[in-house]
Design a protein around this ligand. Structure first.
Ligand SMILES: O=C(O)CCC(=O)C(=O)O
Ligand SMILES: [Fe+2]
Length: 224
């Protein structure tokens, strides 16, 4: 078994390596994360809709640690304003490790997990994300995904292509979703946001925030 394979198959039909833990964040934690989001979205690299083949995504994204643009990671946001993104916070490494532990990863896998980038997405009610793989990372370490605000329909598929088999599940405010091991390169997307479903007290009245923690496997040669 390599370091980041998960040999348990949780009983939620998602297949080995994927886990959905509803209500993993408390309302206090959600509210605190929304407060952090309000700081991150302002800059130094303001939140923006990334352009894919000339078209703006409906989702807006701000990054920590490494800046993602289709389809690469850089320290500076060369597609926005050339500024460097904020450092990846230590508390996010701890959060990512707790997520892996709760999702059933081994102690060895948990302690080796050192996420170094966060993509923080904001979805207004009409935003979507098409089926894609998260494959701009060199590392095969798991992706840890947190949802806050309005619920969404999250489509989690297979590693071969965008079509069936896939599972549509509802990611609600506070939910944790982890995909690693054999599920790491599964196609996934957000087919719709469910307006007016954010719980009172989560800190967000309208729209959805999704935070994904990842290990890029990048080294810091600062050449960008
Ligand atoms: O919003 C989500 O739940 C998924 C986001 C996602 O797939 C991504 O940022 O790559
Ligand atoms: Fe993704």
């Amino acid at each position: 078994m390599t370091l980041f394979t998960l040999d348990i198959d949780p009983p939620d039909g998602l297949g080995p390596g994927a886990a959905h833990l509803p209500a993993w964040l408390s309302l206090d934690q959600q509210r605190w994360l929304v407060e952090q989001f309000r700081v991150w979205e302002r800059g130094p690299v303001p939140i923006r809709a990334a352009k894919v083949r000339g078209h703006e995504m409906s989702v807006r994204t701000v990054c920590l640690g490494w800046h993602w643009q289709p389809y690469q990671y850089t320290r500076r946001a060369t597609d926005v304003n050339g500024e460097e993104v904020p450092p990846f916070p230590d508390w996010m490494v701890r959060l990512g490790r707790r997520a892996l532990a709760d999702a059933g990863y081994t102690a060895e896998q948990v302690s080796a997990y050192t996420p170094d980038t966060a993509l923080v997405n904001f979805y207004h009610r009409d935003a979507r994300m098409g089926m894609h793989q998260d494959k701009d990372e060199i590392s095969s370490a798991p992706v840890v995904s947190l949802s806050i605000g309005d619920a969404c329909t999250f489509r989690f598929g297979n590693v071969e292509n965008r079509s069936r088999p896939y599972t549509d599940l509802r990611l609600a405010s506070g939910d944790l979703f982890v995909f690693g091991g054999p599920a790491r390169l599964a196609f996934h997307g957000v087919t719709r946001v469910h307006p007016s479903t954010a719980p009172d007290g989560c800190g967000l009245d309208d729209g959805r925030i999704n935070i994904t923690l990842r290990m890029t496997g990048m080294t810091d040669d600062r050449s960008d």
